[in-house]
Design a protein. Structure first.
Length: 149
């Protein structure tokens, strides 16, 4: 008999490092020309990615969710297992945390998809910051909107 109770089983994978994503979405008018921006950093604070995209004529909340979905997509594509998201959208953050209900039918499908993608990670956290705490993501979102105007 082996002295290892778990002989033949795979060793546990390391927990993985936490990446941090600052994301922002906006529209000029509501609805209006919309875009999102995001900055993703590795555990050492190095920028791993900058994302931005013009979304056409959309609402601010739609753009916020598209920014979140973009960072979740990036995380999955790059095998990131743990992700902290920082956003200045109090509505989206509290909806993702389960503190607010998603009453808008247009946002419901986006929220559901974000929940599914977040559940695929080993760790997911989302927190709210004031606008000043999301400056680079805000700049990228504005650049995306400028491209479309």
């Amino acid at each position: 008999m082996s002295g290892n109770l778990f002989a033949g089983s795979q060793p546990a994978q390391p927990a993985g490092e936490w990446f941090t994503a600052h994301c922002d979405g906006g529209s000029r008018g509501n609805p209006g020309p919309a875009g999102y921006g995001a900055v993703i950093e590795d555990a050492q604070g190095r920028v791993a990615a900058r994302l931005s995209r013009f979304l056409g004529r959309q609402t601010n909340n739609y753009a916020e969710y598209q920014g979140l979905l973009a960072v979740l997509d990036w995380a999955q594509a790059h095998q990131v297992k743990r992700l902290r998201v920082v956003s200045d959208s109090e509505l989206m953050v509290r909806q993702m945390q389960g503190r607010y209900k998603v009453k808008n039918p247009g946002l419901r499908s986006l929220w559901e998809e974000a929940q599914r993608r977040a559940a695929r990670l080993d760790g997911f956290e989302i927190t709210h910051t004031l606008r000043g705490g999301n400056r680079e993501a805000d700049r990228l979102a504005n650049e995306a909107m400028n491209k479309g105007m």
